[in-house]
Design a protein around this ligand. Structure first.
Ligand code: ADP
Length: 250
């Protein structure tokens, strides 16, 4: 047997492992989160402050774990190259505002200055709404995660003759120059990011890039350590390319 066959078989086994592990983990995690939420709503009896605090910790940890499991599942679907893209006409501004709303608590708690500038004549775009959310959410959550108190984040959406350009920039920790070339690699995290936030899996940008490239788009960035990062993404104004596949990314 030659080496490439071995390598291929190993990769396939690894992808299957991720896929099965993620499916089997997702359902009990969802159950745990569901029951913890019911308890916290005090439908089954009142709780003291300490009990509420601990339940909230369980819910938060459960959410973090579900995010990682979903990312593993998405990455394995990307690796076997079997995810669908179903474009539909959508309002990008609405999606961005929804994502920002979901991050309001973190933005307020960290006193982050958020500035959003969206071209007023942006047309409806033919994109897969779920995939668009995955893309923007990942890059925006990174901007929030890798900034410190009173830093700024700017979201700009504009169009030129052929493309829509989405830029998300921040004045956060930045990416060390020597590690920038690996940022889109699966599981890769720069040292300063690990020090700031130890729990992420390093899969977000791997997924974002795969989705954009499969859709006919692009992503790139420039960044300076301790100064900030600027992520730019484009999609053709004609929309995402439709793609058949037996799986949806979640
Ligand atoms: P993670 O789960 O670690 O955020 P990602 O794949 O989304 O994984 O990002 C990979 C790495 O790229 C991060 O761990 C971090 O080192 C770097 N990175 C991404 N976005 C930013 C940002 N806005 N500021 C600083 N570093 C970033």
């Amino acid at each position: 047997m030659n080496q490439s066959v071995n390598h291929g078989a190993l990769e396939k086994a690894q992808e299957e492992f991720f896929s099965v592990a993620s499916h089997k983990l997702r359902s009990p995690l969802t159950t745990i989160g569901g029951y913890a939420s019911v308890l916290l709503q005090e439908n089954l009896g009142t709780l003291n402050e300490k009990q509420k605090e601990y339940l909230q910790e369980i819910i938060n940890a459960n959410k973090r774990m579900l995010t990682i499991v979903n990312e593993l599942l998405n990455a394995s679907r990307i690796d076997v190259d079997d995810f669908s893209i179903n474009p539909d006409l959508i309002d990008l501004k609405k999606i961005i505002n929804e994502i920002i709303n979901n991050l309001t608590l973190q933005i307020k708690t960290n006193k982050i200055h958020l500035n959003t500038i969206i071209d007023s004549d942006l047309p409806l775009l033919k994109v897969d709404e779920q995939l668009m959310k995955i893309v923007i959410q990942n890059v925006l959550i990174n901007a929030v995660t890798y900034t410190s108190k009173t830093d700024s984040i700017k979201v700009v959406v504009k169009k030129d003759a052929t493309d829509v350009l989405i830029q998300i920039s921040d004045t956060g920790i930045g990416i060390p120059a020597a590690q920038q070339s690996q940022i889109f690699t699966k599981f890769y995290r720069a040292d300063n990011a690990v020090a700031k936030q130890s729990e992420s899996a390093g899969l977000g940008l791997y997924i974002v890039k795969a989705v954009l490239v499969a859709s006919g788009g692009k992503i790139w960035f420039d960044s300076e350590e301790n100064k900030g990062s600027n992520f730019s993404m484009t999609l053709p104004l004609t929309g995402m390319k439709k793609r058949e596949g037996s799986n949806r990314l979640t």
